[in-house]
Design a protein around this ligand. Structure first.
Ligand code: HEM
Length: 422
């Protein structure tokens, strides 16, 4: 049996880089450090004075933790953000389903989960290729070749259009919703902060703005007979009661934030992988039937959610390490998806992983509600990009998000050429 030697956190993570947003902006994911941790200290105590926690880096351990919500709770913190801590009893914090444990969690999750099954999404699936084409058409209208920021022009508008459609939010509001979702997921990013704001204040201001926006929308929709998600939740009942206003607004906020940011990062991170692997682009262009495998590999490769946290509900043990009741555990999905114990050749980008048991959507009780939607969006985008563009090339240095919770690109400058239409 493989027994890791006792963890020496100071040696393994001397600069506390695992959760430093600046590090993610400068260099991307700390893959070499993750690998050392997986090999030498898969359950590693990190005594960060701001938030002490256990770093969990192996796939199998994360699966065990996330499948056991009785032993590992999503409260009080579902994610660790060193610069802008979540929870902590701040009444201004939203309460989303990610911040709930069973049995409450199930009752609230079921309100929307039936809308995100493959069957329920069939009509949307049929509309995704044309919707992706609309976004691409806007760029083509400016000429058949040129340079652009891939994030801004292609990766952002598409998932925004899809989630806005499901929620039926008016198009004129998309830019401001987009700004607020940025402030929620990357509050350490100076670009998303107002002068003098701390990251914590940026996140609270942005979530409050989303909260107010959707509270107003819910009041309007409650009286109507629409079939959109805003109306569905505004009229929903749990144990015969309407949703408390803060849970209702938090739900909308979660859907718009989760629906936008992660999918955007999977699309732009996927494109970045293709810039480095042009042969794969050609392979997909020649065989669009590979979009499913390509999409799964983009998800594994990019892992847009770096980590989610759990807290021990009682004293317990993992890999010989004594975890105390109340201890916080950071489950690094970004590390699990490179775990050589599960993925052959994990640092290679390849379409022949069958199965591809990545944890980009988490696993267990809180498995992503929108996973199927995100998958079909990603496939549609990959199909349409490879059908319509000859190729993309890097046209400058990409800029990464300053966040250790949501990983991805803020800007991805590319040069593009459309295929000739016959
Ligand atoms: C590539 C895109 C996406 C990725 C990588 C992603 C990833 C995740 C992850 C890792 C979790 C949390 C799992 C945990 O707590 O351990 C999650 C939860 C969630 N996601 Fe996604 N997501 C994506 C797209 C979406 C979309 C499109 C929607 C909906 C419109 C969505 C809605 C949700 C919701 C509602 C939850 C909370 C589930 C719960 O707590 O039960 N996500 N997602």
């Amino acid at each position: 049996m493989d027994r890791p030697r006792p963890a020496d956190a100071a040696e393994l993570d001397p600069g506390r880089t695992l959760l430093d947003p600046r590090r993610y902006a400068a260099e991307g994911y700390p893959d070499a450090l993750f690998k050392r941790l997986r090999d030498e200290a898969p359950v590693c105590r990190v005594d960060d004075p701001r938030i002490p926690y256990w770093a969990i880096t192996r796939h199998r351990d994360i699966v065990e933790i996330c499948r056991d919500p009785e032993r590992f709770s999503n409260l009080p913190q579902f994610q660790i953000n060193i610069e802008a801590p979540f929870g902590g009893g701040d009444a201004r914090e939203p309460e989303t389903i990610i911040q709930m444990d069973p049995p409450k969690h199930r009752r609230f999750r079921e309100l929307v989960s039936h809308r995100f099954t493959p069957r329920a999404l069939l009509p949307i699936e049929a509309a995704l290729d044309p919707l992706a084409d609309e976004v691409i058409d806007e760029l083509e209208a400016e000429g058949s070749r040129g340079e652009c920021d891939f994030v801004e022009r292609l990766a952002t508008p598409f998932p925004m259009a899809v989630i806005a459609w499901l929620l039926e939010v008016p198009r004129r509001d998309w830019p401001v919703l987009f700004d607020w979702t940025n402030g929620v997921v990357a509050p350490s990013e100076p670009e998303y902060q107002r002068a003098g704001e701390t990251p914590h204040e940026t996140r609270l201001r942005s979530s409050k703005a989303l909260y107010d926006y959707f509270s107003d929308l819910a009041r309007e929709r409650e009286r109507g007979d629409g079939d959109d998600l805003v109306t569905l939740l505004a009229k929903a009942r749990v144990d015969g009661e309407k949703l408390p206003p803060h849970i209702l607004a938090s739900y909308y906020m979660l859907l718009i934030v989760a629906g936008n940011e992660t999918t955007r990062n999977a699309i732009s991170g996927g494109l970045h992988a293709f810039l480095d692997h042009p042969g794969h682009w050609d392979q997909l262009a020649a065989d669009p039937g590979l979009a499913k495998e390509a999409g799964e590999e983009c998800l594994r490769w990019t892992t847009p959610v770096v980590q989610m946290a759990r807290s021990a509900t009682r004293d317990t043990e993992l890999h010989g390490q004594k975890i105390r009741k109340g201890d916080l555990l950071a489950c690094f999905y970004a590390s699990a998806n490179r775990d050589e114990r599960v993925f052959a050749d994990p640092f290679s980008f390849r379409f022949d992983r069958r199965p591809n048991p990545h944890l980009a959507f988490g696993i267990g009780e809180h498995f992503c509600v929108g996973a199927h939607l995100a998958r079909i969006e990603l496939r549609a985008m990959l199909r349409r990009l490879t059908a319509r563009f000859e190729r993309f090339e890097a046209a400058g240095t990409p800029e990464r998000l300053r966040s250790s919770t949501t990983g991805g690109f803020k800007r991805l400058p590319v040069r593009y050429a459309f295929k000739r239409r016959h």
